[in-house]
Design a protein around this ligand. Structure first.
Ligand code: TXA
Ligand code: MG
Length: 333
């Protein structure tokens, strides 16, 4: 069931379900999350079951802004290193997740049993209203992976979530997500910041705010934490995704000519097809606008029944890193 997140009773109803150990999908500025009480291992087990996600894959815990968030932070995490505190100052609330050392005995299931935990304070006003209401009822944070089935495209509207999980799941509608790709993840548990997942916030912005350079994950001696968003094949629609330059796409369309079918094309450059059965769609020139549309476009192409999606490779500039990462993973499936 979809509830309008701005309706007077929606937040109270959602908080009640969460307080009772149930699942609620909620909007954030990045993508929709599938939430449960992070302090209850039983409630969190419901997320793994619904998503079909392996139970040792850790989830992100969402916390409120302000005083309640600070309380949640000290409940779930051990004191943050100074560079992580600077990242919190600079980017929370916002699309940044920090992996930090966990307080033993808290959020064990959410952390997939690891001794670290992922924390994020989302900026979306409906998410904040829900987190506040939950905190008031003794639910300190919401464990919330993206509200899609394991390995699939993340949802950026309430309808996407409904399409995937059906009417039994309560979905709080907060409109289409503005960022459109998942949060940037920085591991702060290994002495130096390490970028685990690129997003809207760039490497340069993280380094400037942290006051130190990002380390390469390979040079750190401790083993990599498990991160399903960093699996090579992820974010996959049903259709095969291929990244190509515009010239190769045009050549492919020319070769297939009027017989081309079941193909969708997403390019910044103008391309032509002699077939009416090719879906041609323009990609914005700007990385942020492309990120905002990315998952909805992939879902739309799937809904049209195409078998092949040809996407023009994004530019090699820092602001495109998050979009490029998601497209490469979609193409690896
Ligand atoms: O924007 C987002 O981050 C969205 C919204 C809903 O907040 N959430 C999201 O969650 O993308 P999910 O579960 O789909 O991806 C979270 C990523 C996964 O790759 C997970 O493995 C990693 O974060 N992660 C979470 N906790 C971790 C930990 N303790 N150590 C290493 N990686 C962790
Ligand atoms: Mg995900």
């Amino acid at each position: 069931m979809i509830l309008d997140g701005h309706a007077p009773d929606a937040i109270a109803e959602a908080a009640r379900v969460l307080r009772a150990g149930g699942l609620v999908a909620f909007p954030t500025e990045t993508v929709y999350g599938l939430g449960a009480d992070a302090s209850s291992d039983d409630a969190v087990a419901g997320i793994f079951a619904a998503k079909g996600r392996p139970a040792d894959h850790p989830l992100i815990v969402h916390v409120a802004a302000g005083a309640k968030g600070a309380q949640a932070l000290s409940r779930f995490a051990q004191p943050l290193p100074p560079f992580a505190q600077k990242l919190v100052q600079a980017f929370w609330p916002g699309p940044l997740t920090l992996i930090v050392t966990r307080q033993p005995g808290v959020g064990t299931a959410a952390a997939g049993g690891q001794d670290t935990i992922g924390l994020r304070c989302p900026a979306h006003p409906v998410a904040q209203a829900l987190l506040e209401a939950c905190a008031e009822q003794g639910v300190p944070g919401l464990a919330g992976p993206s509200a899609n089935r394991f390995g699939r495209v993340s949802p950026t509207t309430a309808q996407h979530v409904h399409d995937e999980f059906g009417d039994a799941l309560l979905v709080v509608d907060g409109g289409a997500c503005e960022v459109g790709i998942e949060s940037t993840i920085v591991d702060c548990s290994r002495g130096a910041p390490v970028l685990l997942r690129p997003g809207l916030i760039t490497r340069a912005q993280i380094e400037a705010a942290a006051g130190e350079p990002l380390s390469d994950r390979e040079v750190l001696e401790t083993p990599d934490p498990r991160a399903s968003g960093t699996l090579e094949a992820h974010y996959a629609p049903d259709a095969k995704v291929r990244l190509m330059d515009a010239k190769a796409i045009q050549t492919g369309l020319d070769v297939l000519g009027a017989n081309a079918a079941h193909i969708a094309v997403w390019t910044r450059s103008a391309v032509r097809s002699r077939s009416q059965r090719v879906l041609l769609r323009r990609m914005p020139d700007d990385a942020a606008a492309t990120a905002q549309q990315l998952f909805a476009v992939l879902r739309e192409f799937d809904a049209q029944g195409v078998k092949l999606i040809w996407v023009e490779t994004p530019p090699d500039t820092p602001e495109w890193e998050g979009v490029k990462d998601r497209l490469q993973r979609a193409a690896a499936a």
